[in-house]
Design a protein around this ligand. Structure first.
Ligand SMILES: O=C(O)CCC(=O)C(=O)O
Ligand SMILES: [Fe+2]
Length: 198
C-alpha cells in the first residue's frame, strides 16, 4: 500500500458475490434502504448534490454476511500484521446507486473524527461494462487535479484505501450499481469517550 490504495479484481468468489447481491435486492424490495447522508450523527445531512445512493447497514444476520465478515477479518489481521494500522473493528453498508446516481469527490474520514482508517469497497454487479459508467475515481495524490486511477465496479473486485488520505468519487452510473462500502476503524476509546461510537 505504498500508494495508499489497492485494487484487487476477483478477490471474492462469485457465489458469495451473488448471495450478497440477492440479499441487497431483497432488503431493498422490503424498503430497508435509506437515502444516504453525509457526516455522522448530529452532523448527518442529506445532500442530493453530493451523493444520491441509498444504503442499508450490514447486521451479520445471514450466512453470506458471515462469510464476508470472515474474509474481511482475515484482511484486517493481515493488514495489521504487515502495515501496523491498528485496525479494530468494521462498519459496512450495502449501497445502491440507481441510474443517474453518483457520489462527488470526498474523503471518508478527517483526522480524529470517525476513527475510520481503511476504507474497503466491494462490488456486487453482474455483467457490468464500461459503457455503464459508475467508475470509482481515486486521487492518490490529493493536491494534484490529475486523476490516475479509475476502477470499474465489477462484481468481486475489492478496493482498499486509506480513509483520511485518498479523495475519491463515484461517477454517474447508467445502470443500477450495487456495492458494499466498509470502514475499518481504530479504537480511540478513552475514559471520557467511547469510540468508535456505538
Ligand atoms: O462505491 C464506491 O465505489 C465508493 C463509495 C464511497 O466512496 C463511499 O460510500 O464513501
Ligand atoms: Fe467514500
Amino acid at each position: 500500500m505504498a500508494r495508499h490504495y489497492a485494487v484487487m479484481p476477483g478477490y471474492f468468489p462469485t457465489p458469495l458475490i451473488r448471495a450478497l447481491r440477492r440479499e441487497a435486492l431483497l432488503r431493498d424490495a422490503r424498503g430497508e434502504f435509506q437515502e444516504a447522508g453525509i457526516g455522522r450523527r448530529e452532523d448527518h445531512q442529506h445532500d442530493q448534490r453530493v451523493r444520491r445512493d441509498r444504503t442499508c447497514w450490514l447486521n451479520g444476520s445471514t450466512l453470506a454476511q458471515c462469510r464476508l465478515q470472515e474474509e474481511l477479518e482475515q484482511l484486517r489481521l493481515a493488514v495489521n500484521r504487515e502495515l501496523f494500522l491498528g485496525l479494530f473493528d468494521l462498519e459496512a453498508h450495502f449501497a445502491i446507486y440507481d441510474p443517474g446516481a453518483f457520489y462527488r469527490r470526498h474523503l471518508d474520514a478527517f483526522r480524529g473524527n470517525s476513527g475510520r482508517v481503511l476504507s474497503v469497497v466491494l462490488y456486487l454487479n453482474q455483467n457490468w461494462n464500461s459503457d455503464l459508467g459508475g467508475r470509482l475515481r481515486l486521487w492518490p495524490k490529493p493536491h494534484s487535479r490529475v486523476v490516475d486511477t479509475e476502477v470499474e465496479p465489477l462484481g468481486g473486485t475489492l478496493v482498499c484505501f486509506l480513509s483520511e488520505h485518498i479523495p475519491h468519487e463515484v461517477l454517474e452510473a447508467q445502470a443500477q450499481r450495487i456495492s458494499i462500502a466498509g470502514w475499518f476503524r481504530c479504537n480511540n476509546t478513552t475514559a471520557e469517550r467511547l469510540d468508535p461510537p456505538r
